[in-house]
Design a protein around this ligand. Structure first.
Ligand code: GLC
Length: 784
């Protein structure tokens, strides 16, 4: 069943029925102030950090689901009937409804009895506030007397305290109204505040939740709306809201626009000045146009025209957009990660930079620098950090002996190398950056060297990487207190990281470092091949008793995905092993909705494996389709030259393909989700944890850099496609170091990979050079 469609021209996804199987959300804001907006107006806002600076509330695990939110109520003064343009929370059946999720904005539009309410939510110019731009139109030939209510429920800054210490929180917060601005002070003595404002004449207002709602009512039938007016409540304790009521009398076919602004202010005295430039409908519209221009420019850094429309849709719009969101929020705040405990993940954010590198390398560098500051002087790293306070830690995974994950620090090497390739900013490698002790500093290159050294210094009985608390797979907790469990995956990631450092130092002529890393690489590669080849695939790990995991010897968990793809990505497998292990992935792990994480799933709890065995068979890391891992398989297939197979893997998980199947899929068809229940689960095919997943960045990398083969090199742009053999070719535009490359790939002999010649501006060349910034060039790549 369909709930909506892609509007390709306007770069929007349009939802046409409000009762989606889960809230289908969008993000507003650019990583500082912002929030989540669902297709019925549900969601919440925060400033920089959803745990420590929450602006509005959200009730998790709630039925009716997805409340509260940013609500507009429209009331007919004559009949007393009221409704919402976004359907919730009143749930009056609308004569028409739509939700348009665009890049950085959402438009909800509903019509009831000749009145259309349309509200656009967005954050203007990276400010610390959001605009709700409301348009109310009377489509009839007779006048209508209406009232508009706008409503937001405030939250105490510390969202956990808001739930935990009601005694304290509800005695110290207060609300005020003055001059069109409602201010909410979580701490009544503090200068900072949340606010809700309008320049429109306010008929009445409420700052207290109980007064607006009535104590035994809900958002679906608030007392104030039912009575046709707020009670001008000043909140001296309990729960704060921002609620306005104003009369809107519309003549025949007349319309009216009202701007509301919700946000955060460091100093409550400055609110009026801060928002002054945005309160008129004209200024608000101009700000929305600027936002759209920002996204046009952002997505314009890479645009492709391939024979596959779904690929074009995702590479050009939705995948790029999702990558920016994961870059902003890592795995911190979504409908599934509640913005409470997790913070920004080090491994997650390092990988997220790969998905935005082509578009905003400067911002990626800033984030990478923060991540390097999360490293201990011995080279390992925090597992997560909180952006507002800069504090970091290891999170709450089970820990027996180790206080580190075996992989976090290694991803930094991949991120830095990608940054240097994109920008040619080799100076960054010499930049001095503090470690997390905040006193010792080292150059970026030294940080990377320490990262590699840390793993090298922490190896187990098979001479491969110790498992620590876990590796990329958070739920594989193998350490039972002996401290000898090993991760084959981390060892392969280490090989990849070492290979990237060899490439980088080779380019820079740092011969000594090259030799050092080559030695480290060779030793680890040999140790993996000696201990971990299982005949048809690579084992995944060794437990704390030295027993293999992911081996044909095991009853459950015989084969895992990551130690196959990374055997290729890490250059660990020779040609024969590589093709065998990738074939095993296809044979044992693939399914119509994607490749599962391992097979067969564990059926009972096992302390020697930990978290993975707590999930039912087929869920999440226990045999679910953990989508983040799928693009690694695509990349591995491409490295082996298998363009057709890689494209099948790419296509089968494109979210847009599940648009007609949304009843089963449940989550948004315009972004990748983190996991889909696997073939051993009774609900095979159901998606969960939409939006924040490394799936976004890695599919972007797989699609653009490997399938289409357009990637940055230290001194060149590389175009080395590995496409479906039936393609005649494709076109792309890539902005690289300020140069526009208009690329045309021709595939006259219908091959998958291999380039026979490169022609730049009419002349055949060996490599595509970096031209002078500001110029445009035509590149033709002819395949073999
Ligand atoms: C979640 C975590 C990520 C981890 C993955 C697999 O997505 O955020 O860090 O790698 O799960 O366990």
């Amino acid at each position: 069943m369909r709930y909506g469609y892609f509007d390709r021209k306007n770069k929007e996804y349009v939802i046409t029925r409000p009762d989606t199987p889960t809230p289908w959300i969008n993000y507003i804001g650019s990583g500082a102030y912002g929030g989540i907006v669902s297709n019925t107006g549900g969601g919440y806002s925060f400033h920089k950090d959803p745990q420590n600076r929450r602006v509005t509330r959200y009730r998790y695990n709630n039925i009716p689901m997805d409340r509260p939110g940013r609500y507009i109520y429209i009331r007919d003064k004559e009949t007393g009937e009221y409704w919402n343009p976004g359907y919730q929370p009143v749930q009056r059946k609308l004569d028409s409804y739509s939700c348009r999720h665009g890049m950085g904005y959402t438009v909800l539009a509903g019509e009831y009895r000749g009145v259309v309410g349309e509200v656009t939510y967005f954050v203007p110019d990276n400010k610390d506030f959001e605009i709700w731009h409301l348009k109310v139109s009377n489509t009839r030939a007779v006048a209508q007397k209406l009232q508009v209510f706008a409503y937001a429920e405030f939250c105490f800054w510390q969202a956990i305290m808001d739930q935990q210490n009601v005694d304290w929180v509800q005695q110290i917060n207060q609300g005020r109204f003055e001059d069109g601005i409602i201010t909410y002070y979580p701490h009544y003595i503090s200068d900072n505040a949340a606010f809700f404002a309008t320049a429109e004449e306010v008929g009445s207002y409420d700052t207290n939740l109980e007064a607006f709602m009535g104590k035994y009512r809900s958002e679906g039938n608030p007392l104030a709306v039912e009575q046709g007016g707020c009670s001008n409540s000043i909140s001296y304790r309990m729960n704060g809201v921002g609620a306005f009521c104003m009369d809107v009398d519309l003549g025949a076919r007349e319309e009216k626009e009202i701007v509301f602004i919700l946000g955060f202010a460091e100093d409550r005295k400055n609110i009026k000045a801060d928002i002054g430039a945005y309160l008129t409908p004209e200024n608000s519209k101009a700000a929305l146009d600027r936002l759209k221009a920002y996204w046009k420019n952002y997505t314009g850094k890479l645009s492709v025209e391939t024979p596959d429309e779904d690929m074009n849709l995702f590479v050009n719009i939705w995948n790029q957009y999702q990558c920016k969101t994961t870059f902003n929020w890592s795995r911190f705040v979504s409908l599934y990660q509640l913005g409470l405990g997790r913070g920004m993940g080090i491994r997650d954010s390092a990988q997220d930079t790969l998905g935005v590198m082509h578009a905003i390398p400067g911002e990626a560098k800033e984030l990478i620098t923060k991540l390097l500051q999360c490293q201990y002087t011995d080279g390992r790293a925090y597992h997560l950090f909180f952006p507002l306070t800069g504090e970091g830690g290891q999170g709450d995974a089970p820990v027996k002996l180790f206080d580190w994950y075996s992989d976090d620090h290694l991803w930094l090497i991949l991120a830095v190398n990608a940054y240097v390739k994109e920008t040619g900013d080799f100076g960054f490698l010499n930049q001095s950056v503090l470690y997390n002790d905040k006193t010792t500093s080292a150059t970026v290159l030294e940080h990377l060297d320490m990262a590699l050294n840390f793993t090298n210094n922490n190896r187990g009985p098979n001479n491969i990487a110790l498992a620590g608390r876990a590796d990329w797979n958070d739920t594989l907790n193998l350490d039972t207190g002996k401290g000898i469990a090993e991760s084959v995956f981390t060892s392969m990631l280490y090989c990849r990281a070492a290979a990237e450092l060899i490439e980088l130092c080779g380019y820079l002529g740092k011969q000594e470092l090259c030799e050092k890393y080559q030695g480290m690489f060779d030793e680890m590669r040999n140790a993996i091949n000696e201990s971990s080849w299982d005949g048809e695939w690579y084992k995944r790990a060794f437990d704390d008793c030295g027993q293999p995991i992911g081996s044909r010897e095991n009853k459950f968990g015989k084969i895992f995905i990551n130690s196959q793809s990374w055997a290729v990505l890490g250059r660990v497998a020779d040609a024969e092993k590589a093709s065998k292990c990738m074939e095993s992935v296809g044979r044992y792990l693939n399914s119509k909705f994607g490749i599962v994480a391992m097979y067969p799933s564990y059926t009972e709890y096992d302390d020697t494996k930990g978290g993975v065995t707590t999930y039912p068979p087929g869920a999440k890391e226990n045999g679910g389709i953990f989508l983040h891992t799928n693009p690694w398989v695509m990349i591995a297939e491409i490295i082996l030259g298998h363009g057709d197979r890689a494209f099948e893997y790419y296509s089968q998980i494109l979210p847009g393909k599940r648009n007609d199947d949304a009843e089963l899929y449940e989550v948004e068809p315009y972004v990748y989700c983190q996991n889909i229940l696997g073939k051993e689960h009774p609900q095979f095919g159901v998606g969960r944890n939409s939006w924040l997943s490394g799936t976004a960045a890695w599919n972007m990398v797989a699609a653009s850099q490997y399938i289409l083969g357009i990637r940055a090199g230290y001194d060149r742009l590389v175009v080395d496609p590995c496409i479906p053999s039936k393609w005649q070719g494709f076109k792309a535009t890539r902005k690289f170091r300020g140069v526009i490359y208009n690329i045309e790939v021709q595939n006259p002999n219908r091959v998958s990979c291999g380039v026979s010649k490169i022609i730049v501006d009419g002349a055949e060349v060996e490599k595509i050079p970096v031209f002078k910034a500001g110029t445009a060039h035509h590149v033709v790549v002819v395949m073999k």
